[in-house]
Ligand binder design. Structure first.
Ligand SMILES: Nc1nc2c(c(=O)[nH]1)N[C@H]1C(S)=C(S)[C@@H](COP(=O)(O)OP(=O)(O)OC[C@H]3O[C@@H](n4cnc5c(=O)[nH]c(N)nc54)[C@H](O)[C@@H]3O)O[C@H]1N2
Ligand SMILES: Nc1nc2c(c(=O)[nH]1)N[C@H]1C(S)=C(S)[C@@H](COP(=O)(O)OP(=O)(O)OC[C@H]3O[C@@H](n4cnc5c(=O)[nH]c(N)nc54)[C@H](O)[C@@H]3O)O[C@H]1N2
Ligand code: SF4
Ligand SMILES: [Mo]
Length: 883
């Protein structure tokens, strides 16, 4: 490869969470990239979390989709685009516009999203475009619209720093919005902010909580109704929104028992909230992902509306968005029931205005199908052509097996992705390679309405093209070339900005019309800015003046009668909670490429309360089969009192590519909130029983591992790959099986103890460890960090001991991903160097001093060392996190 001189840093934006951190990306001249936090970006002021810091490890060509494919064969772009356009046009001609659909993503750039929405709603003439934001923000959107008359996030990040009390409801901010969490933690340190966490689970976020309410799952509306009644009792109602009396009456009628919380804990919460004029209530998926999610959102908004604690410094409700451009998608009208620029699909004047602006032949006039219903329509053949862009529904949708079957059975499926092998891509007729982060240009809007540029730093991988251009090229081939004739995302952005000027005349709040005439140069130089941005208004908070976007100008309170989740049954007695881990992003197509992000939690797991584990006869690190009427998963058991009895938790990240049966959404029913259509992803009724394998194994190889056994989970290493394995029956010939699985040949070094059922093999190549396999009748007990560190080294046969010799240190499972500091190193440091604080650990060992994402875990380890000195540190990564 031609080494070029390194180029200067490019200012861009992180493609992961909705915090929207500014990133300085420096190409190394050899196709790679180094990253740092952008000190000038207002969201992060130079900070990055662990996922952002590892971005440079995910931009290689590994796993990328490099050329279009038709039925598994590489094809030219013209051939693929012609086929897509023809099949969509034919289907529409024969069966009408509602026989086709797009399923898109809050990870698309605003420009991509705008073009997809314009094509479907204005030209195809159907509103069958929905997005993974349906699984994510739909209840917040619906709650905002009911309360404010528009989908507007009132506040700013600095409100979390200016508040006296911050309440986090159903939000694991420490792991899911880490930089915002760090800002809050710093403010708390500086000014003593009181922090309340409301979550049935004790999460890493509880590290900074003055009060943790481990309420009964799904009882949030009860709690906020109790708060509203208390607000009235204390005479704190200062405003007169619509339906105030009805909402207060509903609140007064609410009994506290459903929360399962002691009276004194509820009282502490009420005192804190009511006693803090400056209070911010942050909420996220523990609220939204519920079959009464919209009511829960409104129960929270009611309290802020009644007290006027909204749109003021340090006060307001705050729905933090998950995806980098969840907000941009809402702005362009990416949901099936919205129109562009916060306009309303069911309003004829709005439709006419948008149609006039687009000069389009038709306009969808009724809401399209929402995600769950969309895939049901794919299943029963109402939708005959489907285009999935930038999302992986075969993994992330509820009833995921049913969704995968529906996609497989659909007449024509197109998938645009940057990765070649995903659970969804496997089911497509046509695969279109999209440029990924670092290769594309456009804008994203973060949780506080700040629009930032993503900028191209690297050349597109292979033949990959930008999503907006792919969609526009298909539109042109369907006969609408002149309406889709942009040469750059700058022009798309300018059109969107101009449309916002039209929308504002119809009462929309979304207004960036200042940028309607933006040139390509100005677009390239665009600094992060808050919307609105027009001659009328620039940035700032909304609703502090008491004026809302309703016909009366008043806010609307919603009387909420709390509804609890569907009861569990005798056959499925556990309520499964689901969510995220610190170092992985969704279906792992990108974070799974990073060795450093794959070390923290390397296997799909089930957090189970000790009492449940004992009753089910599930030992720590054993395997459990989790089943619902819809499907089954096999997960590693992590016994912990972080979860309550009866309420286990499992992460969402594992797929058919990374585990045998780790897809958690195969268990989750499609039941959705009647207002928002958002599914209840956090409360599946499941049964749990031991999965008793005949053998368990752990393997590493410098080659890709191809497991063929009943249980497996793979992860990427710096020097190769690892796999956890288990099987119901032993293979006839272990050596042959090992060679096939680990991609090696030749005679291994072998240690065998048939009495104990132990078999260990090491394959050497040129004196270096090429692969090794450990088999045991129980979950393999060995130092994984040692085995992983030995891969590729001249360790010889000593590796078969499975742990380091007495003269070598065993770092233990990874805690600090940035500096690769293991749990044993930290526990030893605490014991021998008398490290008493997280900062002291940092000074001595480096851990926690770069991105800071592991600081809650370091604090937990300090606590553990104090309460259980000398306790063994397990090396099975899932047993470590935050324990
Ligand atoms: N590391 C990482 N960060 C991410 C992502 C990622 O994949 N990985 N994804 C991003 C995206 S798209 C999103 S949407 C956000 C999500 O961010 P969060 O919403 O913070 O994340 P989750 O882990 O889905 O769920 C949050 C919490 O809800 C709790 N919960 C479950 N049921 C209830 C309930 O009934 N009431 C209450 N009060 N709480 C409950 C869970 O125990 C969990 O701790 O994260 C974003 N950030
Ligand atoms: N049980 C349960 N299920 C859940 C959740 C939960 O908490 N519990 N959370 C839900 C939520 S909040 C969300 S947001 C979803 C997320 O679920 P998904 O959206 O399905 O997850 P991702 O892995 O982010 O999928 C993004 C896909 O787009 C590809 N991609 C990345 N960049 C680009 C690009 O620029 N262009 C194109 N064309 N492709 C690209 C990636 O390779 C990947 O395949 O999961 C939902 N599912
Ligand atoms: S907090 Fe982390 S994942 Fe989120 S935008 Fe910032 S660096 Fe990216
Ligand atoms: Mo999300």
């Amino acid at each position: 490869m031609n080494m070029q001189h390194p180029r200067p840093a490019v200012r861009t934006t992180c493609p992961y969470c909705g915090v929207g951190c500014g990133v300085l990306a420096t190409p190394d001249g050899a196709g790679g990239l180094s990253v740092a936090g952008d000190p000038r970006h207002p969201a992060n002021k130079g900070r990055l979390c662990v996922k952002g810091s590892a971005l440079g490890e995910t931009t290689g060509l590994d796993g990328r989709l490099l050329a279009p494919q038709i039925d598994g064969q590489e094809a030219g772009w013209d051939q693929a685009l012609d086929l897509v356009a023809r099949r969509f046009s034919d289907t529409i001609a024969r069966h009408g516009p509602d026989a086709v659909a797009f399923y898109v993503s809050g990870q698309l750039l605003t420009e991509d999203y705008y073009v997809a929405n314009k094509l479907m709603k204005g030209f195809i003439g159907s509103a069958n475009i929905d997005t993974n934001s349906r699984l994510c923000m739909a209840s917040s959107v619906a709650g905002h619209r009911r309360a404010f008359g528009t989908d507007t996030v009132p506040g700013l990040y600095e409100d979390l720093e200016e508040a006296d009390c911050v309440v986090l409801v159903g939000s694991n901010l420490a792991w899911c919005h880490p930089v915002l969490y760090q800002r809050l933690a710093a403010a708390r340190e500086a000014r003593g902010t009181r922090v309340v966490v409301i979550d049935p689970r004790r999460t890493a976020t509880c590290d900074i909580a003055d009060l943790h309410l481990a309420l009964a799952p799904g009882s949030d509306a009860t709690l906020f109704n109790l708060l509203l009644a208390e607000i009235e009792r204390r005479g704190l109602v200062t405003e007169s929104p619509e339906s105030l009396a009805e909402a207060l009456a509903a609140a007064r009628a609410t009994l506290p028992s459903a929360t399962g919380l002691p009276h004194s804990t509820i009282r502490q919460f009420l005192d804190l909230w009511c006693g803090s004029e400056r209070v911010v209530t942050v909420y996220s998926q523990g609220v939204n992902q519920s079959d009464s999610g919209t009511d829960k959102v409104n129960a929270i908004l009611n309290c802020h509306l009644a007290t006027g604690r909204i749109g003021r410094p340090g006060a307001g409700p705050f729905s933090v968005t998950g995806q980098p451009n969840a907000m941009g998608g809402r702005e362009v009208g990416g949901l099936a029931n919205m129109l562009a620029c916060h306009l309303d699909i069911e309003n004829a004047a709005h439709r006419d205005a948008v149609q006039g602006f687009w000069g389009s032949p038709r306009m969808a006039d009724t809401p399209g199908l929402k995600a769950v219903d969309m895939f049901r329509a794919v299943e029963d053949g109402r939708i005959k052509a489907l285009w999935i862009i930038c999302t992986n529904p075969a993994v992330s949708m509820p009833e995921a097996d049913r969704v995968a079957r529906a996609i497989k059975g659909c007449d024509f499926v197109v998938v645009s992705d940057m990765i070649a092998r995903t659970d969804t891509a496997r089911l497509a007729h046509v695969l279109l390679p999209a440029t990924g982060w670092g290769e594309k240009d456009g804008t994203v809007t973060n949780s506080e309405r700040r629009i930032s540029r993503q900028r191209r730093v690297l050349a597109p991988a292979g033949q990959a093209r930008d999503d907006w251009r792919i969609i526009a090229d298909v539109a042109a081939r369907m006969g609408w070339g002149s309406a889709f004739a942009w040469d750059s995302p700058a022009q798309v952005f300018a059109e969107h900005a101009a449309l916002s000027g039209v929308a504002v005349a119809l009462g929309s709040d979304f207004d960036i019309s200042d940028h309607a005439g933006i040139t390509r140069q100005d677009y390239d130089a665009l600094e992060p800015f808050l919307w609105p941005q027009s001659s009328r208004r620039k940035g700032g908070r909304f609703f502090g003046d008491g004026r809302f976007h309703t016909p009366s100008g008043k806010a609307r309170m919603v009387p909420v009668v709390p509804r609890l989740p569907q009861p569990v049954s005798e056959a499925h007695p556990f309520r499964l909670n689901t969510g995220r881990v610190r170092d992985h992003w969704h279906t792992m197509t990108r974070t799974g490429l990073s060795p450093r992000l794959s070390r923290h939690l390397a296997e799909p797991f089930l957090e189970l309360h000790p009492a449940d584990a004992a009753r089910l006869d599930l030992a720590p690190a054993s395997l459990a089969e989790v089943s619902s009427p819809l499907g089954r998963a096999i997960l590693r058991v992590l016994v912990t009192d972080r979860v309550a009895p009866g309420h286990p938790f499992a992460p969402i990240h594992w797929t058919g590519e990374t585990a045998a049966s780790g897809r958690i959404d195969v268990l989750v029913p499609g039941a959705a909130d009647p207002v928002s259509g958002q599914p209840a992803s956090k409360s599946a009724a499941v049964a749990i029983r031991p999965f008793k394998a005949a053998w368990y194994g752990f393997a590493v190889s410098t080659h890709p591992i191809r497991p063929a056994c009943d249980y497996w989970a793979t992860a990427t290493l710096a020097t190769g790959h690892q796999a956890e394995l288990a099987g119901l029956a032993e293979p006839g010939d272990w050596a042959e099986t090992a060679c096939a699985m680990l991609g090696v040949a030749g005679e291994p070094l072998v240690v065998r103890d048939p009495r104990k059922g132990i078999l260990r093999m090491a394959f050497m190549a040129e004196g270096r460890l090429e692969a090794t396999l450990f088999i045991a009748p129980e979950p393999a007990a060995l130092s994984r960090s040692h085995v992983v560190a030995s891969l590729g080294s001249r360790c010889g046969g000593t590796i078969l001991a499975g742990r380091p010799g007495a003269d070598q240190a065993d770092a233990g499972a990874l805690v600090c991903a940035c500096f690769g500091v293991g749990i044993n190193t930290i526990l030893q440091g605490i014991a021998t160097q008398k490290l008493m604080t997280v900062d002291a650990i940092g000074k001595a060992l480096g851990a926690g001093t770069n991105c800071g994402s592991c600081r809650p875990e370091l604090k937990a380890l300090l606590g553990q060392a104090r309460s259980q000195p000398g306790r063994d540190a397990h090396d099975l990564a899932p047993l470590v996190a935050g324990e």
